[in-house]
Design a protein around this ligand. Structure first.
Ligand code: PPE
Length: 303
């Protein structure tokens, strides 16, 4: 069985962390969540950008009119407590706020907000060789949701109906992941990752206004790249620019920095992890694996 789960303020055994079938979230997708990684660095266990993730959880709750039962500081503390209690080294942390049992019907305002934090071991998200060799992806036939339909700045369960459609198509077609285009046809992001393009040494990623999730890893990689002298632009990327890229890579908590070696069977650059991607990977891994943390992005897991 898995590690104990922090559920509404206390740790409960894995098998006891149950919810009712009439929970609003199950019927109407009314939950918001985070994905965070804790690393077993050379300098001890540490969580990557814990406050940034918990702040985004608070933002996601606000967008969805959920009144959090615990503030950001309390959730950060609870996450650390859950990790320590689990005895796990490197792990993935999944805090969730969801609408529980109240009345039925779309209106969630009378359904209490429940909160839990689960932790588990999660290895390479996009396959064992993905970080080294890169992955094969397709452009998705489903678009990313249009602005002013589902709020993409919220990491909300409902948004992942769209993402799951993209992911299932990709896997069933023999690819690892799908890249969603915006409703206007520009490159948005993967089903669970942001995307970066490198051409002639310049780095471009979709603008925050293009219905993407504002990734914590995206933000971190932009900083790492700029601090290494790269020009990083937030700009509109036409689909065909993917095919002409020297390098493409995904970023995400689960995916970390994963190179993309083909898109729609077009070979990207040399078809191998390129030098810019490699440089950013090593800058990132120097923080999360070696514990060298010039930005103060690591929160130590004491205990
Ligand atoms: N876009 C989407 C749609 C997304 O789900 C993620 C994270 C990102 C971008 C990158 O965001 P960040 O993790 O803050 O850099 N996806 C999470 C969930 C994956 C899952 O299958 O569940 C993750 O990486 O944890």
């Amino acid at each position: 069985m898995g590690a104990d789960i922090w559920f509404n303020g206390k740790l409960v055994p894995f098998e006891d962390a149950k919810i009712h079938v009439l929970s609003h979230a199950l019927h109407y997708g009314s939950s918001v969540f985070e994905g965070i990684r804790s690393y077993d660095t050379d300098k001890g266990h540490a969580v990557f950008r814990l406050p940034a993730h918990m702040r985004r959880l608070m933002d996601s709750a606000k967008i969805n009119r959920m009144e959090p039962k615990y503030d950001q500081a309390a959730l950060e503390k609870a996450a650390l407590e859950t990790i320590i209690n689990s005895g796990l080294g490197a792990c993935y942390i999944r805090p969730v706020m969801f609408r529980g049992v109240g009345g039925m019907g779309v209106n969630p305002l009378n359904n209490p907000v429940e909160t839990f934090i689960a932790v588990w071991e999660w290895g390479a998200y996009l396959g064992p060789k993905a970080l080294e060799e890169g992955i094969d992806v397709q452009v998705a036939s489903w678009s990313r949701m249009a602005p002013n339909t589902l709020p993409s700045m919220a990491k909300a369960a409902g948004n992942y109906v769209n993402a799951s459609l993209v992911k299932m198509d990709a896997v069933l077609n023999g690819y690892v992941e799908g890249i969603m285009l915006s409703i206007s046809g520009y490159v948005a992001e993967g089903s669970g990752e942001n995307l970066f393009l490198v051409r002639d040494g310049e780095i471009t990623t979709a603008p925050a206004s293009l219905s993407i999730l504002h990734g914590v890893t995206r933000n971190s990689v932009m900083r790492l790249a700029r601090d290494r002298g790269y020009t990083v632009k937030e700009g509109l990327i036409p689909r065909e620019a993917l095919y002409l890229a020297d390098e493409l890579f995904f970023t995400g908590t689960a995916a970390e920095i994963t190179p993309i070696r083909t898109v729609d069977k077009h070979i990207i650059g040399t078809g191998q992890c390129g030098p810019v991607t490699r440089e950013l990977q090593s800058a990132f891994f120097d923080i999360v694996h070696h514990g060298n943390d010039p930005y103060g992005w690591l929160t130590p897991v004491a205990g």
